[in-house]
Design a protein around this ligand. Structure first.
Ligand SMILES: Cc1cc2nc3c(=O)[nH]c(=O)nc-3n(C[C@H](O)[C@H](O)[C@H](O)COP(=O)(O)O)c2cc1C
Length: 132
């Protein structure tokens, strides 16, 4: 299995109102193919964690990268894993109320399996200024 975390920047084609549809569609489609993860949206940037069978992750990331509602997809974590840390989240939208609240929600879900380095990846992401 593979875990992939990337960040990207929303384009003018993305309206915040699209988020609900992206997440609900992703939750359904990802669940059907055994993928799980979460999506964080803040300051016109995305951070998404995807995990599941490596070939499914590669195929989906290809589709996602060519979605013109965002650009500058940058992989920040790519690792082989024995099992999913977020198997109950087919695609969870994490809301950026506060860094600590998000990290606590992740820790609660992943337990001892919190991916190493994820805390600082998320703190860095949330501290970035709004994308222009
Ligand atoms: C930031 C972002 C994250 C996305 N994540 C997923 C995802 O996890 N799963 C998914 O199926 N589509 C995701 N999408 C949507 C895909 O890029 C694509 O629009 C969708 O899979 C096309 O589905 P359709 O061919 O059924 O219309 C995402 C789009 C964006 C902009």
């Amino acid at each position: 299995m593979r875990r992939l975390v990337y960040t990207s920047v929303a384009t003018a084609d993305f309206a915040e109102g699209d988020l609900f549809r992206i997440v609900s569609q992703s939750a359904r489609k990802n669940g059907d193919i055994g993928l799980s993860g979460f999506l964080l949206y803040s300051n016109r940037r995305f951070l998404q964690l995807l995990e599941g069978p490596a070939d499914q992750i590669s195929a989906l990331y290809g589709v996602i990268q060519s979605d013109n509602r965002h650009c500058d997809c940058t992989v920040v974590l790519d690792e082989q894993i024995a099992h999913s840390a977020f198997s109950k989240w087919s695609m969870r939208r994490l809301r950026s109320t506060s860094n600590d609240a998000i990290l606590a929600e992740i820790a609660e879900q992943a337990g001892r399996d919190v991916p190493s380095g994820l805390d600082s990846i998320i703190r860095d992401f949330l501290s970035q200024p709004a994308a222009s």
